[in-house]
Design a protein around this ligand. Structure first.
Ligand code: PMP
Length: 443
């Protein structure tokens, strides 16, 4: 039935099948609903279509105010902020919304220089270069770093932007089992010619690519172990911190800080500004020589318009708040809040009997649904009770590992989280996704 097919809508779109597209449009469900507000703790979700006897599609303007458990607004900077927002407005007045120029041809303002310095200092590297989009940062940088004759060893669950960057580089690609350093070592050993000392002589260069927190798993990277293997086999490490920078670590400096890794041991640090900083764009941070090289050679730096000035200002201001340079303790409070919120929510879900992936401290919490047919029911029932949750299925996950992915924010209050837990628990019973016995409630 159309109902059961709802979970398959993204697959269907991938197939570009006209009839299935039409079917998808007729389905009123969780996918593709426009949002009519900032992605704060609560959002306005627009009811997408009204269905007139399946004949015509009419846009409606019904707005459903929902508790938002779907945005990557980890520190709550996506909403108006007393420090960031006035500065963003001022930068808009001074620089306008766009530089209308590439980075090398007049598109680098003083704000862009400040941003790069600020990011390098924040992530703990000598230099950084920023790009207008996080996705492009991975997909355009990898082909500059490595090419034919090189070897990329990529975690099996790396993000699509990494996969595309690796493919576009022309390097040989090998994949290691998700977050398994022993398998990474096996792959490296296999790739290094028999009888050679522990060098990577058959390859011009080897880059191992991992993520700080995996976005579909909510899992922290086993970074210390991965780095040990890379050092042993003289491979470079490339760390994508899209979901970890700003979100974890005592001062928000990501998985290196959380796991006690020296940033000098990570050769290439990548991250995005679309999550913890409430802005857009991405960065690469590394040695001065590396960044200089990238600025001279990366087409996405040479030929693309620089990041929008208000977006740049938002990042600078958010970093200042995180570091307490705004003169308040709000940054430290936000970091404490996201940790507390995440750990509270995760443990409550587990007590209720859900199968929740990921590690403590991670703000991403996938609840396993397994059967993709459970997606529409889960998502729709939550929405009916004003809780918006993103559900994820194939091709973002293996076909039978569908999940609801919850993203916790420092902007959520305890009452928000309790409401969400009540709704998820009820819907979980309805849909049948509590796989473990619930813990008895304490009196
Ligand atoms: N890397 C990872 C691990 C991601 O999850 C994403 C997107 N969420 C990106 C890169 C791309 O970043 P952006 O959405 O900022 O373009």
């Amino acid at each position: 039935s159309a109902d059961n097919l709802q979970g398959y809508a993204p697959i269907c779109l991938g197939l570009e099948d006209f009839y299935i597209r039409r079917l998808y449009l007729r389905i009123q469900d969780c996918f593709g609903r426009p949002i009519a507000s900032a992605p704060d703790a609560w959002i306005d979700v627009v009811e997408r279509y009204s269905n007139d006897n399946n004949k015509t599609l009419k846009r409606t303007t019904n707005i459903n105010r929902c508790l938002n458990l779907g945005s990557y607004n980890y520190l709550g900077f996506a909403a108006s902020d007393e420090y960031c927002t006035p500065r963003v407005f001022r930068s808009l007045e001074t620089f306008s919304a766009s530089t209308c120029s590439t980075c090398v041809d007049g598109g680098t303002t003083v704000l862009h220089n400040e941003l790069e310095e600020c990011v390098a200092k924040f992530v703990g590297k000598p230099a950084a270069v920023v790009f207008g989009m996080g996705y492009v940062t991975n997909s355009a940088i990898l082909p500059v770093l490595i090419g034919k004759g090189g070897l990329i060893i990529s975690d099996s669950l790396n993000h699509n932007s990494i996969v595309n960057g690796a493919r576009g580089s022309g390097a040989t690609i090998r994949v290691f089992l998700h977050n398994t350093p022993s398998h990474l070592e096996e792959v490296l050993r296999e790739q290094i010619a028999e009888g050679q000392p522990r060098t990577h002589r058959p390859w011009k260069k080897i880059i191992v690519v991992v993520e700080g927190i995996y976005s579909m798993e909510g899992e922290l990277c086993k970074l210390p172990e991965i780095i040990a293997v890379c050092k042993k086999y003289k491979a470079y490490t490339y760390l994508d911190e899209a979901h970890s920078i700003g979100a974890v670590g005592k001062t928000g400096r990501g998985v290196c800080e959380l796991l006690g890794v020296d940033t000098a041991d990570v050769d290439i640090m990548m991250g995005t500004f679309t999550k913890s900083f409430g802005s857009c764009g991405g960065y690469i941070a590394g040695s001065k020589e590396l960044i200089q090289y990238l600025k001279y050679t990366c087409p996405a730096h040479l030929y693309a318009t620089s990041i929008s000035p208000p977006a740049a200002q938002q990042i600078i201001s958010a970093i200042k708040v995180i570091l307490g340079e705004d003169g308040s303790s709000r940054g430290a409070q936000k970091l404490a809040r996201i940790r507390e919120n995440s750990n509270f929510f995760r443990s409550e879900l587990q007590k209720m009997g859900f199968e929740v992936l990921g590690d403590n401290d991670s703000p991403i919490m996938p609840i396993m649904l397994y059967n993709p047919a459970k997606i529409p029911a889960f998502s729709r029932e939550c929405l009916k009770q004003n809780v918006a949750i993103v559900t994820v299925a194939f091709p973002a996950t293996p076909l039978l590992l569908a999940r609801a992915r919850i993203c916790i924010s420092a902007a959520h209050t305890k009452e928000d989280l309790i409401k969400a837990l009540e709704v998820i628990s009820q819907v979980g019973d309805l849909v049948g996704i509590k796989y473990f016995p619930a813990e008895p409630k304490k009196q």
